[in-house]
Design a protein around this ligand. Structure first.
Ligand code: HEC
Length: 143
């Protein structure tokens, strides 16, 4: 019984999450290359290969929630939303992206942006890109 129950809960969570992703794709304007976005934010590019890879990972895995700020996600073009988060330092931000952030038994942000195929390095690169992009957009800096 316990297993069946857990299974149903899993499906409900996944379905909810799927709907969220679909909504995110809709809001973000699926299929755009990201140079212009639904939020009117130009996403910076960087020559640093770590950040260039991070940008690709971010586009494919993080953009749906973090472009416009779906369901409480801090939007990449909203530096003020990142001030309290950046204050916690890069390691803590990377740990959040790797482990996910949950509340009341539901994921607010799933581990690895919901893509278990991403390596630790790729997730860290996506966080590094987030930090660099927010800084470039005129926001706060990570201490
Ligand atoms: C399903 C939506 C969703 C996806 C996909 C997603 N995030 Fe998030 N993310 C959130 C939400 C919501 C929060 C805020 C959670 C909270 O603090 O309650 C968040 C918070 C964060 C934070 C701040 C963490 C902290 O400790 O304050 C970072 C960094 C982050 N996300 C990076 C990423 C990266 C990198 C990816 C892609 C690999 C990603 N996110 C994908 C929804 C998402």
């Amino acid at each position: 019984m316990t297993t069946a129950h857990a299974g149903i809960r899993d499906v409900i969570l996944r379905t909810r999450f799927g709907a969220l992703l679909a909504l995110g794709a809709l809001l973000a304007g699926c299929g755009e290359d990201g140079s212009r976005t639904g939020a009117g934010t130009s996403l910076p590019t960087f020559d640093d290969p770590n950040l260039a890879t991070g940008r690709s990972v971010w586009m494919a895995n993080c953009r749906n929630c973090h472009l416009t700020g779906v369901a409480g996600a801090p939007a990449i073009g909203d530096p003020a939303a990142w001030v309290p988060r950046f204050a916690r330092g890069r390691d803590a931000l990377q740990a959040s992206a790797l482990d996910g952030i949950g509340h009341a038994g539901a994921w607010r942000m799933p581990p690895r942006g919901g893509n278990p195929a991403l390596s630790d390095t790729q997730v860290r690169q996506a966080v590094d890109y987030t930090i660099a992009a927010v800084e470039a957009l005129g926001g706060t800096r990570v201490p």
